[in-house]
Design a binder for this molecule. Structure first.
Ligand code: C5J
Length: 222
């Protein structure tokens, strides 16, 4: 039996784990460690640490259950040909996308800062979606990958709640996927944005999806 009812906001969600993928958004050194993109934007990166252990726990549970696990990374080609000037030109020149920082060029594929943090390192058979935008569907083959595998529900975790998690959930919702966002496995540089971001997803009868916790899902998987 792979179908379970998960307690969630605004209502319990019936989830078929055989048709569910865990999507871990942008748990990259560039966002979580000092000297990366998040820090360059003036953020306190320590605020994102809260999501690491819940992400690790659900990743372990999903792997044990044989669930599809997908990791995403935000970043750009070294020549910046996939980075819109409007995105690059923000902030001081020495802190922009492509500038050199302690973890290599900021938000550039192949640099140390672009890597997913070691605690959540993908296994060789787990797809990693490299995305140039905030949403994981924009200019990627994520939708094709999910449809080819018959995926109907996405369990979404990662950072940051109101930016890349939210954008991905909105994109997924419009494409017909049920999104179950695990709130404790998401984090933001802004406590109030995290909280309101989660509320926005579940408001109006679940306008973008459902919000639950890693504990509830792990209890179902046990
Ligand atoms: C941001 C993200 N915040 N992964 N990216 O620029 O949320």
């Amino acid at each position: 039996m792979s179908r379970f009812e998960i307690p969630a906001n605004p209502s319990p969600l019936s989830v078929d784990f055989a048709r569910t993928a865990l999507v871990i958004i942008d748990m990259q050194r560039d966002f979580l460690e000092p000297g990366g993109f998040g820090a360059a934007l003036g953020n306190d990166v320590s605020r994102l640490v809260a999501a690491v252990e819940p992400c690790r726990a659900i990743l372990t549970g999903a792997r044990a259950a044989g669930m599809l696990v997908i990791h995403t990374r935000e970043g750009h080609r070294p020549d910046l040909s996939d980075a819109p000037p409007a995105k690059v030109e923000r902030g001081p020149a020495d802190k922009r996308i492509g500038a050199c920082g302690p973890m290599g060029r900021i938000l550039i594929r192949g640099e140390a800062g672009h890597d997913i943090i070691p605690a959540l390192a993908p296994l060789p058979d787990e797809p990693v979606i490299d995305k140039p935008g905030k949403g994981a569907f924009y200019q990627t083959d994520l939708d094709l990958m999910l449809r080819n595998r018959g995926i109907e529900t996405l369990m979404v975790t990662g950072v940051t709640t109101e930016v890349c998690v939210h954008t991905t959930v909105r994109e997924a919702n419009d494409r017909g996927y049920r999104c179950l966002v695990l709130g404790d496995a998401c984090a933001s540089y802004f406590a109030e944005f995290h909280e309101v971001g989660l509320r926005m997803i579940a408001a109006q009868g679940g306008i973008f999806g459902w919000v639950s916790t890693t504990e509830e899902v792990l209890a179902a998987l046990a």
